[in-house]
Design a protein around this ligand. Structure first.
Ligand SMILES: Cc1cc2nc3c(=O)[nH]c(=O)nc-3n(C[C@H](O)[C@H](O)[C@H](O)COP(=O)(O)OP(=O)(O)OC[C@H]3O[C@@H](n4cnc5c(N)ncnc54)[C@H](O)[C@@H]3O)c2cc1C
Length: 384
């Protein structure tokens, strides 16, 4: 029997983490309301990689049959020297089960939002919650509502996180990123990681003949946080002016680049109290260099819902944090290490590239084996 039968769960935030939590709680028998401050469920124009560990959660929530309509299956990841354009090696992703996928963010939100509505989840848009108590009450302009559990999936600037952990400002990581989507036909389903000293670019195709471009460079001066700051294309082009012709030509096609600073909090020490729990970026924002922020949010969502289905709340919430904290801390450390590895210079760079080349030739499966702790993990295993 699920402890969530007839329970009422509020989810603050209709991002990937919040919608996944809403769907998971609903699958375990709860009545769910999502409160989202934006007027519509939407995401910025950018791609997102969903790795097998996140894909297992989508499958457990009954979405497997729709995934090919919403995303591309990834064939490979290819580290490249951004200065010469040469592929350093190529790691085959095609044997991954469930498949490694490239989504447009808006498509993933569409998929999750549609599934939530079909499952009877109530989604209240244009509703900003003021999280000031942990007793299951949510307060908005429309008034006050009582729930058995409130899930704070309210992202990097989470009020729920502050309530549980005190105020703490996110810190600038010394990296800025530009994003853009360009038209591109007949692209292989491959993620290219173009590495240069102190900067890199990731490109991968999206459904609809598009190519997602994210360019990152180290910079000591602060750049504004957030996804919506326009920058002049010339600034992006100047930052990558010393790279190979193929990459420069891709970058030149980004007509309306968005520039923002990459910020982080440390992993929150406290993920729950009374009737409030947090997940996703609210609990543990990560740098994007391992493509795990959303995947970890999917894992959190399933783990939190399944813990609450299996035990009374007072046991379930500590069990949830205990199952998750070590894993997300490890993933975040690995993403931080990638930031350093992608940006090497001089001799270190030559040695690292030679190492990657040798690994790709002598032990092509070693790359994925090294990541098996991440990709092979199945948070849904004991609940089917
Ligand atoms: C460049 C870049 C590339 C990335 N690529 C990947 C990738 O390939 N794979 C991957 O797994 N991750 C990736 N990530 C990370 C990923 O985007 C995030 O970790 C993930 O989107 C976090 O989801 P979330 O639901 O926790 O938070 P958010 O997406 O931030 O959602 C929070 C939601 O809460 C709402 N909200 C906030 N406060 C309130 C309030 N008080 N009341 C009501 N609503 C509120 C917001 O409007 C928002 O909709 C990337 C990140 C970056 C920056």
């Amino acid at each position: 029997m699920s402890h969530l039968e007839n329970a009422s769960v509020a989810v603050i935030g209709g991002g990937i983490g919040g919608l996944a939590a809403a769907l998971a709680f609903s699958r375990f028998g709860a009545g769910v309301t999502v409160y989202e401050q934006a007027e519509e469920l939407t995401e910025v124009g950018a791609g997102i990689q969903i790795t097998p560990n996140g894909g297992r959660v989508l499958a457990a929530m009954g979405l497997s049959g729709q995934l090919d309509a919403y995303s591309l299956r990834a064939q490979a990841v290819q580290p490249r020297d951004a200065l010469t354009g040469r592929a350093i090696t190529r790691f085959d992703l095609s044997p991954q089960t469930p498949p490694y996928r490239f989504f447009h963010r808006a498509a993933l939100i569409d998929l999750l939002g549609g599934a939530c509505r079909q499952a009877g989840v109530e989604i209240l848009l244009g509703t900003r919650i003021n999280t000031s108590v942990t007793d299951g009450t949510v307060t908005s302009d429309q008034g006050l509502c009582q729930h058995d559990l409130v899930v704070g999936a309210d992202g990097l600037h989470s009020q729920a996180r502050s309530l549980l952990n005190g105020q703490g400002a996110p810190f600038f990581t010394g990296q800025v990123a530009w994003r853009g989507i360009v038209a591109a036909t007949d692209m292989p389903s491959v993620a290219n990681i173009w590495m240069a000293p102190y900067k890199h670019v990731v490109t991968y195709p999206l459904k609809g003949d598009l190519l997602n471009v994210v360019a990152v460079r180290e910079r000591t001066d602060w750049a504004a946080e957030g996804w919506h700051h326009d920058d002049a294309p010339a600034n992006l082009q100047a930052a990558f002016a010393d790279t190979c012709a193929e990459l420069k030509s891709l970058i030149a096609q980004v007509q309306t680049p968005k520039l923002w600073g990459l910020f982080r909090h440390p992993v929150a020490p406290h993920w729950h109290r009374d009737r409030l729990a947090i997940l996703g970026d609210a609990a543990h924002p990560t740098l994007p260099f391992l493509a795990q922020g959303a995947n970890l949010a999917l894992e959190d969502a399933w783990t939190l819902a399944s813990c609450c289905a299996a035990a009374p709340m007072a046991e379930a919430l500590p069990a949830y944090q205990a199952k998750r904290a070590q894993r997300v801390t490890r993933a975040i450390a690995a993403a931080n290490a990638n930031a350093r590895n992608y940006h090497l210079d001089g001799l270190q760079r030559r040695i690292a590239h030679a190492g990657l080349r040798t690994l790709g030739t002598l032990a092509p499966n070693a790359f994925l084996k090294r990541l098996s702790w991440l990709y092979d993990h199945d948070v849904t295993a004991s609940f089917g």
